[in-house]
Design a protein around this ligand. Structure first.
Ligand code: DHB
Length: 390
């Protein structure tokens, strides 16, 4: 009798002291997902949030006995805002993982916070090669520009495109694309008569395209971030560059599946290299595209969505494998070396570099079943980031 009343008392005291809610808190696993939900990169945020929510709808929100909570924050693609949000998520919300990162400067701004707080940081979008070297806590599920660009540097000269002007957004991923495409093209006997860089914010492509028209190369190689491709395509066609015999090629960011279907038949024939096409003909991808469309009013998942979807899988699998033990370091260790089939094909998180190894596909825009798609016609298997081998 005495003993029971002691137990009851102890329990009451525990509850009164707030230990009960603390215990509940321990059973929550928080993912701080920082994305550009508004502004120039808003499509990236919309795609990745939709993909993360689809992953959770398909796989539940309880993993290794913990309740997974997704906290989405809009950084408007301004790196100072990304940094502040990451700080708040780590210090106030005590998130277990940071994720998202729509552009390279945002990912770079958060890298020191990940290192100091030992919080794994899953980069789902940004794609400059050097990002993974900015913190040992970074794991990437998107791609790198060197990875995507090298394939075109091999393809172009073999297909009659020897003189190629490059046009890239003037920041990390653009500079990577320019450099790795150019080096590979030169190695294959090609030439780059001009390398043009346009500002990331509010670019006006017209004067640059005029210059390209005057040079009259065999092709124009383009990198612009997700969301800017349609503007490039429109101005390229309006200036009659295609009719002047200049082929448009680029990384798949320019024929972004988020916008491609609205670009019109002028886009048909454009060749790009990339890691994901909505049209990728695997059973897993067909289900991914159908489920994503069903949950989002028919929206097509683009390469950003697949980075978000696979990033969630990497987090879930790491949580399962580490059984929620070991904190950030345990989680990070369980992310390294993961290998699985993604809607894009087989992928691998290189344990040494924490970067993604994946297939790169050559694709041509075609109209099929009444819609425009990036139709894959060749594949380079298991491509490591060429930016790391130097
Ligand atoms: C980056 C952003 C993009 O939208 C993209 O398509 C590729 C790279 C970046 O900032 O790293």
């Amino acid at each position: 009798m005495k003993r029971r009343s002691f137990t009851t008392l102890a329990l009451a005291a525990t509850v009164a002291l707030g230990a009960q809610p603390a215990l509940a808190q321990d059973n929550v696993f928080k993912i701080g997902l920082i994305l550009p939900m508004t502004g120039q990169q808003a499509t990236t945020g919309r795609q990745i949030e939709a993909a993360a929510r689809l992953w959770m709808a398909q796989n539940g929100d309880t993993v290794a006995g913990k309740k997974v909570q997704l906290i989405v924050k809009d950084d408007t693609s301004l790196p100072d805002v990304t940094r502040r949000l990451a700080q708040e998520l780590v210090v106030n919300d005590k998130v277990n993982v940071l994720a998202g990162f729509g552009i390279t400067p945002s990912a770079m701004a958060v890298a020191p916070i990940a290192t100091q707080s030992k919080t794994p940081m899953v980069v789902m979008a940004a794609a400059t090669s050097s990002i993974t070297e900015a913190s040992p806590y970074i794991v990437r599920t998107s791609f790198t520009l060197p990875q995507a660009s090298v394939a075109l540097g091999d393809w172009a000269p073999k297909n009659g495109l020897k003189r190629v002007v490059t046009l890239v957004s003037d920041y990390g991923p653009g500079i990577d694309a320019e450099r790795f495409f150019r080096e590979r093209l030169l190695l294959n006997g090609g030439q780059v008569p001009e390398s043009l860089r346009v500002p990331l914010r509010n670019p006006d492509f017209a004067p640059f395209l005029q210059k390209v028209r005057d040079i009259k190369p065999d092709a124009l190689f383009v990198f612009v971030p997700s969301g800017a491709g349609a503007a490039v395509m429109k101005q390229f066609l309006e200036r009659g560059m295609d009719k002047a015999g200049i082929k448009l090629i680029g990384t798949g960011d320019v024929t972004d599946d988020d916008q491609l279907n609205d670009m019109g038949d002028g886009a048909i024939g454009v060749v790009t290299s990339h890691h994901y096409s909505t049209y990728h003909p695997s059973a897993m991808n067909k289900k991914f595209v159908a489920d994503f469309g069903k949950a989002n009013k028919g929206m097509r998942p683009n390469f950003m969505a697949v980075g978000g979807y696979d990033g969630m899988r990497v987090i879930y699998d790491a949580l399962k494998a580490s059984k929620g033990q070991g904190g950030g370091d345990g989680l990070l260790a369980a992310m390294k070396g993961q290998i699985f089939e993604s809607p894009r094909g087989k992928i691998f998180i290189d344990a040494q570099t924490r970067d993604i190894v994946q297939n790169i596909y050559l694709r041509r825009v075609e109209r099929k079943e009444g819609q425009l798609w990036n139709v894959e016609f060749d594949v380079i298997k298991d491509v490591k980031d060429p930016g790391k081998a130097r």
